[in-house]
Write a protein that binds this ligand. Structure first.
Ligand code: NI
Length: 256
């Protein structure tokens, strides 16, 4: 069985001490492809660097709503330059809106989100969306400023309305560790709601480790625990989840 972790941060400093070692273990465990997600200019450059060194890994470049800088035009130009320097860049992200951590700068968040959707369209790439406590504005932005190649709701919040809208717009729903948490009350309903054709799995490592290792440093081996939870709720085999999510990731990221 092979698994695809559609979103992890091996560009995070928490992996600086043992990155190569941990990546070796991950690959041995059957996670044979993964995407390193950027969230700032520096982390996007590092994501590319890691993906260039490992033929089974890919990168996304973008500025997250929690990493905004003063000059949007300048920053997006730098992201564009990074995307053009490597064939390993498979999406613009993570980008979006986060009203949980930042409520004071909604207009600036929208400016960055819009500019980066435009960049995705210019480069013919999908987007990886970070949306936290901001689903109404996120959906409205995607309607006003659609991404031609669509994209992924990464670590998708367990909000039934958001998932409905995202599916109706043709986006993928990527499920992470929080879908396994004991207090995740709506997770089973959402797992049942999302058809296999729109499903992705991820870890968001080093954050959000699933049950039963919640609270530890996460790594991509735990994507199997997310898949197991989905298989249990959907009452289908782990193989089917692995296969569907693997093929979906290949498709949306345009990997051949
Ligand atoms: Ni992330």
């Amino acid at each position: 069985m092979e698994f695809f972790d559609s979103h992890a941060h091996y560009n995070d400093e928490k992996f600086d001490a043992d990155r190569e070692e941990i990546l070796e273990k991950i690959k041995e465990a059957g996670i044979t492809k993964l995407v390193v997600a950027g969230y700032s200019i520096e982390s996007s450059a590092k994501a590319i660097q890691i993906a260039e060194k490992n033929d089974w890994m890919y990168a996304t470049c973008g500025i997250s709503p929690n990493d905004l800088v003063e000059n949007c035009d300048e920053a997006v130009k730098q992201i564009e330059a990074l995307c053009k320097c490597s064939k390993k860049v498979v999406a613009i992200g993570e980008i979006g809106l986060d009203y949980y951590w930042n409520k004071e700068n909604k207009e600036q968040q929208k400016e960055f989100f819009k500019a980066q959707i435009e960049l995705a369209n210019k480069l013919n790439l999908p987007i990886v969306i970070h949306s936290r406590d901001a689903y109404i504005d996120t959906i409205e932005m995607l309607k006003k400023e659609p991404c031609n190649k669509k994209g992924i709701f990464h670590c998708c919040q367990q909000n039934i309305e958001l998932v409905k809208e995202a599916l109706a717009s043709g986006y993928y729903i990527s499920m992470a560790g929080p879908y396994t948490f004991k207090n995740a009350k709506t997770a089973p309903d959402i797992i049942k709601m999302v058809p296999l054709e729109n499903l992705l799995i991820e870890t968001d490592s080093p954050y959000l480790a699933p049950e039963p290792v919640r609270g530890t440093r996460n790594d991509s081996r735990n994507v199997i625990k997310v898949a197991e939870k989905i298989a249990e709720i959907k009452q289908i085999s782990l193989e089917e989840i692995a296969k569907a999510t693997f093929n979906n990731a290949i498709k949306i990221f345009g990997i051949n």
